[in-house]
Design a protein around this ligand. Structure first.
Ligand SMILES: *Cc1c(COP(=O)(O)O)cnc(C)c1O
Length: 365
């Protein structure tokens, strides 16, 4: 089966370097929030062009801690999209605030900025902007809307490590940004990991306390709402091996998307926009009518596929919410994710393209 992601192929070439890094941590005997964390935080902040990075346990914790750093809680509303896997929704619920969902632009699948005036009110404390599938949302427009109203902007960069728009990196535009280093992300650990970045010294200081019980100094809980959410030294050391390769991997992802778009034209599918210089091709997602039949045919041809994401946040069984999101709802039934990872060869890509064309056109040329 040709997989959606092949992590052994992805990490294999770094095998030797990763073993050296793990050995270094093993022999140092310092396993939580030590020198590897400090070095990774400094290197990742420098890469993004932000003042600071606070490494945490995973991307959902990063979103939650970003909200806690802003003192967001019960009675507050946080605006976000409903088509991005419910991670932001989970974090918003975790702090006791209420998500307020906005619909998306049908071409980009990203937050529709024109809908923000209707979605915000005097309870709105933050907007979580998700850079979905490796494409940056117009976060500058969101900031221009939010700042005069005293609303904070949190970028969800879990699918956008290294993405750029107007010369700025994803994570450097909003007040805070959350990253995940889940293994399949563009920059992935060999386990869970995450980070919050910011250029606000006060927010960074709060994050450093909140990720570790609310400590302002060891055993002194100076902040309410603290958690235990830290990045292991081994994962930080592995991420340091991988960060220098991120831009090269992202360039290959862009090339994969361009080849898919050329090969899949004329099938009546809605293809993603041509990858701009700043896109990082986290996922290749099309909209295909008869999506489920296409998936079945791909499976029969030995090609894995997936759906990102099948259930909009406001329709999740555990936490259903009233919302009218027609673009999000129609899209959910048509979304189809095809294999996309930097090591995918052109021959494999062409095999996926041929299988898709065969599925839709039968024997027709
Ligand atoms: C993966 C992901 C997250 C959550 O990251 P975890 O590390 O799995 O908690 C958040 N937001 C988006 C958009 C993601 O894709």
């Amino acid at each position: 089966m040709l997989p959606i992601n092949d992590l052994a192929r992805h990490n294999g070439p770094l095998d030797g370097e990763i073993r050296v890094a793990i050995d270094r941590v093993l022999q140092r005997g310092y396993y939580i929030l030590g020198p590897e964390n400090q070095a990774f935080e400094a290197e990742f902040a420098a890469y993004l062009g932000v003042a600071g990075c606070v490494a945490v346990g995973n991307g959902t914790d990063a979103l939650e801690l970003a909200l806690r750093a802003l003192h967001i809680g019960p009675g507050d509303e946080v605006v976000t999209v409903a088509n991005a896997g419910m991670y932001a929704g989970t974090a918003i619920h975790a702090v006791g605030a209420t998500p307020r969902y906005v619909d998306i632009d049908p071409a980009s699948m990203l937050l529709d900025v024109s809908l923000l005036p209707a979605a915000t009110n005097d309870k709105t404390r933050a907007i979580v902007v998700t850079h979905l599938y490796g494409r940056m949302a117009d976060v500058e427009a969101v900031v221009a809307f939010a700042r005069p109203r005293g609303i904070a902007v949190i970028e969800d960069c879990a699918q956008a490590h290294g993405a750029r728009r107007n010369g700025k990196l994803a994570g450097s535009v909003g007040d805070l940004a959350a990253f995940s280093f889940y293994p399949t992300k563009n920059l992935g650990a060999l386990g869970d990991g995450g980070a919050v970045v910011s250029s606000d010294a006060g927010l960074l200081a709060r994050l450093r306390g909140l990720r570790q019980y609310g400590w302002t100094s060891k055993y002194h809980v100076g902040m309410a709402g603290g958690r235990n959410s830290r990045l292991d030294e081994i994962q930080a050391a592995i991420l340091r091996c991988k960060l220098p390769h991120l831009d090269g991997w992202n360039a290959r992802r862009r090339a994969i998307i361009a080849r898919y778009n050329a090969g899949l034209s004329g099938l009546g599918w809605q293809l993603p926009p041509a990858p701009g210089e700043g896109d990082v091709g986290h996922l290749y997602v099309v909209r295909a009518p008869q999506r489920d039949a296409v998936r079945a045919a791909l499976t029969a041809a030995g090609i894995a596929s997936d759906v990102h994401y099948p259930v909009p946040d406001h329709q999740q069984a555990a936490l259903p919410m009233q919302a009218s999101l027609p673009v999000t709802e129609v899209a959910a039934a048509e979304l189809l994710t095809l294999p996309c990872f930097p090591e995918l060869t052109d021959a494999e890509l062409d095999q996926v393209i041929a299988a898709c064309r065969q599925t839709v056109q039968g024997g027709q040329p």
